[in-house]
Design a protein around this ligand. Structure first.
Ligand code: PRP
Length: 188
């Protein structure tokens, strides 16, 4: 079975993604190197796992890495709008600079939920680094915390994307690029 044949077109190639991830890593290194306390990078599982893995290797700083898991979309393509934290952090983020790493910000529901959670855990600042952002689909406003900053790899048009961590029905995450899934795959 060739996963590539289910993809209508490629939006960002592996090369383009890695170049942008490298830029983001350099920017984060510059922005956080002067802070007295080292950052904690928190990936939102599962989608962010590849982006996080590539990003941390481009940040030249001591850091901690952890994950939270948020349940929101199930196996469909439309959010049910009620995300909840289903897997807790291992690292104590109290007084720490958290960089929340997402694969995509869509409605903003997930980020808003995770930011509230990290605030409740006492993070002193919360930044967000997302590979993709779909601003046209934003429904929920979220606020960064303290000296938190927003970092984004690419603005994404409103397509259903797969690859580089993005799934449909838990498949396609391992494609090395980000592409648009053929509608007949998720409409069938
Ligand atoms: C996706 C994505 C983000 C979230 C963004 O997660 O990884 O976490 O949706 O959407 P929102 O801004 O509308 O909340 P999904 O629930 O599909 O799980 P996954 O990470 O396991 O793919």
């Amino acid at each position: 079975m060739d996963l590539n044949s289910d993809v209508e077109r490629i939006l960002w190639t592996e090369e383009q993604i890695l170049e942008r991830v490298s830029e983001l890593g350099s920017q984060l290194t510059r922005d956080f190197e002067s802070r007295a306390i080292t950052p904690v990078l928190v990936g939102v599982a599962t989608g962010a796992f590849i982006f996080l893995a590539d990003l941390v290797r481009k940040i030249q700083l001591p850091m901690n890495v952890d994950f939270v898991r948020v349940e929101s979309y199930g196996s469909g393509t439309v959010s049910n709008g009620k995300p909840k934290i289903s897997c807790d952090l291992k690292v104590d983020v109290r007084g720490r600079h958290v960089i929340l790493v997402e694969d995509i910000v869509d409605t903003g529901n997930t980020l808003s939920c995770v930011i509230d959670y990290l605030k409740s855990k006492g993070a002193s600042s919360i930044s967000v680094c997302t590979l993709l952002d779909k601003p046209a689909r934003r429904k929920v406003h979220f606020e960064l915390v303290g000296e938190g900053k927003y970092y984004c790899g690419f603005e994404c048009p409103d397509y259903f994307v797969v690859g580089y961590g993005f799934d449909f029905d838990e498949q396609y995450r391992n494609l090395p690029y980000v592409g648009v899934l053929k509608p007949e795959i998720y409409e069938s």
